[in-house]
Write a protein that binds this ligand. Structure first.
Ligand SMILES: Cc1cc2nc3c(=O)[nH]c(=O)nc-3n(C[C@H](O)[C@H](O)[C@H](O)COP(=O)(O)OP(=O)(O)OC[C@H]3O[C@@H](n4cnc5c(N)ncnc54)[C@H](O)[C@@H]3O)c2cc1C
Length: 389
């Protein structure tokens, strides 16, 4: 159902291995967790044990040193097999900020344990309740006090914090009016939550429409060792931006996987469900939406591969990564809607898993970047239109 026929034997083998792993986590597993809003610990442990989450960590730090092409195959396969990589996808890419901008000592200290899965770095504290998408307006502060920074403020939608040992935190170190440039004055820290919880860090879970382990996080005079500052003070916004392309490409691949799952389910059901004495899929009114969703998914998949190829070659891929995310999120959402419609009433029944996947894939119109903000980016940076905000 995909561009897989053009892929190397190595990537085909990775897909096969991910499929085999996912078979051990069928719909019943995800449904039970969804009901309780519980974390898929066994699934994440299995992915970690197989080394999949360390795909992008270079071999010198104990990772698998795989390409972005391999990483997107992993994330796509997870979703295409009915599982949900959102529980742990950040373990794959949040470390990129440390890898690109951390000191040799920081990399040596953290990356090998992250690669082994002993340290979970899958929490990413950027979004705040008042500033929202306007990241440069965030209010959480980190003030230097000898060999520490003292952090005060609040983050929202900080996902997986309760299932992570470290959090990558973006906080303001220079007041906005004193920063030389609009994009300066923010810094990135690695917060060790094993030490921080109860000592200035409070986590409050948010129940959402899908099972996502997301939270609000409060900082109240939290002391973070100065040695946990990543890169140079004041440059954090640039470091966070530099990691966003990888995040967008990987999440786009997840959306492609979701779309494939919905299209597969819909096609199967349309072939087998008989109404008026014939399969419903014999009606063009049923088969055309499935075919359209397939074409939409394949088009988006090409853009995901284009973005991944540019990323891999070390070339600028900002526009392609954004378009991949936009098109793939649209494709998965269109496929989700089509799949419910194809199933009629059964699309709403929990045991078919469609309503669960429908809720899960809806997120990607909003996070990690909303569709509107991607359109604004393309309008301004690719098409040269006036900045709209
Ligand atoms: C389940 C979940 C998990 C998340 N996980 C994380 C995480 O782990 N870490 C993290 O830091 N963040 C996380 N987020 C936050 C996510 O990245 C933001 O929700 C998203 O970027 C949108 O920001 P906002 O919710 O503040 O919306 P707002 O910025 O308030 O925007 C609201 C709406 O207005 C639109 N809008 C705003 N400004 C403009 C404009 N100038 N032009 C056009 N439209 C505009 C937006 O597109 C959006 O539709 C998560 C969110 C959710 C829901």
């Amino acid at each position: 159902m995909s561009a897989a026929q053009h892929e190397s034997d190595e990537i085909a083998a990775i897909r096969q291995a991910v499929r085999a792993l996912c078979e051990k986590f069928p719909g019943e597993y995800w449904r039970a967790l969804d009901r309780e809003r519980a974390y898929p610990t066994e699934f994440v442990e299995a992915l970690t044990g197989a080394g999949f989450l360390a795909a992008l960590i270079p071999e010198q730090y104990g990772g698998s040193g795989l390409s972005m092409g391999a990483a997107i195959a992993i994330m796509e396969e997870i979703q295409a097999n009915g599982c949900n990589g959102a529980a742990c996808h950040a373990q794959m890419y949040v470390m990129g900020t440390l890898l690109r901008h951390g000191s040799p000592e920081q990399k040596q200290k953290f990356l090998p344990s992250i690669a082994r899965g002993e340290l979970r770095l899958q929490a990413f504290g950027v979004t705040e309740p008042t500033s929202g998408t306007d990241t440069l307006n965030l209010r959480t502060t980190a003030v230097r006090d000898n060999d520490h920074y003292v952090v005060n403020g609040q983050k929202i939608w900080t996902s997986r914090v309760e299932h992570s040992d470290l959090m990558l935190l973006l906080a303001r170190t220079t007041p906005r009016e004193q920063a030389q440039k609009r994009t300066e004055g923010l810094s990135v820290f690695l917060v060790d939550m094993r030490e921080a919880r109860g000592r200035g860090l409070t986590i409050r879970p948010i129940r959402t429409m899908m099972n996502h382990a997301t939270t609000e996080v409060f900082f109240d005079d939290l002391r973070v060792p100065a040695e946990n500052l990543i890169g140079r003070e004041g440059q954090g916004f640039h470091y966070i931006l530099s990691g966003m392309n990888a995040e967008r490409i990987l999440i786009a691949a997840e959306c492609i996987g979701d779309a494939k799952w919905f299209i597969g389910r819909a096609s199967g059901y349309a072939r087998e469900r008989n109404v008026f004495g014939r399969p419903i899929g014999q009606n063009q009114g049923v088969q055309f939406p499935i075919a359209r969703a397939y074409a939409q998914m394949r088009g988006a998949e090409l853009m995901v591969h284009e973005a991944a190829g540019l990323y891999e070659a070390g070339r600028d891929c900002g526009a392609e990564a954004n378009m991949a995310k936009l098109l793939a999120a649209d494709a998965s959402w269109a496929a989700a809607d089509m799949c419910v419609q194809t199933h009629g009433g059964f699309g709403f029944a929990e045991e078919f898993d469609i309503e669960r996947k429908f809720r899960e894939t809806r997120l990607y119109q909003v996070a990690p970047i909303s569709t509107n903000l991607i359109l604004s980016y393309l309008a301004e940076h690719v098409l040269g239109l006036p900045r709209s905000y």
